[in-house]
Design a protein around this ligand. Sequence first.
Ligand code: UDX
Ligand code: ADP
Length: 471
Amino acid sequence: MLEKINNICCIGAGYVGGPTMAVIADKCPEIQVNVVDINQARINNWNDSDFSNLPIYEPGLAEIVKNCRGRNLHFSTVIEENIALADMIFISVNTPVKKKGIGAGQASDLKWIEASARQISKYAVGKTIVVEKSTLPVKTAQTIKNILEAHVLNTSNDKKFSILSNPEFLAEGTAINDLENPDRVLIGGEDQDAINLLIDVYLNWVDKEKILTTDLWSSELSKLTANAFLAQRISSINSISALCESTGADVNDVALAIGMDKRIGLEFLRPGPGFGGSCFKKDILNLVYICNHYGLYQAAKYWQTVINLNDWQQKRISKIIVEKLFGTISGKKIAVLGFAFKANTNDTRESPAINICRDLLEEGSNLHIYDPRVSQDQIKMDLGHSQIIDSQNLLFEGKWEFSKSVELAANGADAILVLTDWEEFKTLDWEKLSKIMRSPSWLFDTRSISNAIEAKSFGINIWRLGDGALN
Ligand code: UDX
Ligand code: ADP
């Protein structure tokens, strides 16, 4: 039996694997942590001597990588060897929604998980604990188990595997703090020795009371449920934002008033252009899929509405912009401030900015997009080249350009559209901006973060999400 974990391998050096392993290496200097990935470019960036080139922007991450890289934190594409060396292997590969086949548009595509499990089964040596870290559909552990056990049966060697579920609850932008001070650590599994070994890793910095253990399925389902509940709160407050606009109420006042009720709480009640990120939509779709699978159609429908509301929120924002700009935005310049799905990340997966910009492009608008962390190449991947072909093969008139500053984006613009809650958008110089925009100019603030009153005082028309009194 293993006495303690000396060597960890993490498959997948992405938004989950990278920060999680950096914190484990930092907190457990006696454990060697090898993070491996098939993507050579990504690994090169993790190993770049310039720490501002790490592939992921996450406050506090570069400092930790600086401390640990080369000491007990290593990034490489050498997968087989590092699997063989490991006592414990974390699977942190991507699990996007399936694009085709059975469950397309709903179920997660597990091909990367399966590929990882096959690699582990082939190259692992002796007893190995396999930990699911990526967000996964319930019962994925069974798939991993089947693959690993099949290999052991076929080869009758001394390999032995234990599967644990240890879902990651970190949020991007606050990942390091979430990892260093987690609300809880959840470990699901059947093998108590393996569970204890993982607990020992966390005990290096997490209080014992915060470590929960459950069976595998409860652990997997808890992750999906946590994300579904969080997303549901956002859809709930966003539905109220629309009602506030119609009734003259202010959604931020409503959010505060209800949030001060301890039973409701203040967190995750910020109205906005809809939730984005790699997890919420995918996890709810998984929940819907699994409910349908078990014949629980009402439950499936219930969770589906959380996504429907999110889609509707994005659509209605684009519609309002067109209406306010005299019913047409064809050829009009709109400065889009923020493209990431939230502040403090360069991640654009499922960002509401993608759908909203697409709608505005379809209406023929000329978008100038500025984001402090998202690259032009990333936006190109999300929006395509400047001109987009729609489903009927018609060429949209709209076009977009990347701007290097708020001023460049706003110069001559008819409107400024705030889509991401970046800190710097809270303190924009409205006097200056009002002078360089084209009149009548508009501010559309979907995050309620800009100083709209000041903007108004310089003659800019205002629309603020959920603010029926101001609009
Ligand atoms: C989420 C979960 O929070 C995290 O626990 C899980 O591990 C992964 O998924 P993440 O997607 O990184 O994390 O970001 P999160 O802070 O949850 O925000 C998700 C989306 O909801 C963002 O687009 C954000 O702008 C939006 N949001 C969040 C709101 O619109 N209002 C809020 O009050 C909170
Ligand atoms: P997440 O947000 O879940 O971390 P990412 O897409 O940021 O998702 O990261 C997942 C990483 O997993 C990617 O860098 C991808 O190249 C890597 N990956 C996927 N499949 C494998 C595999 N079989 N072996 C090694 N790395 C893999």
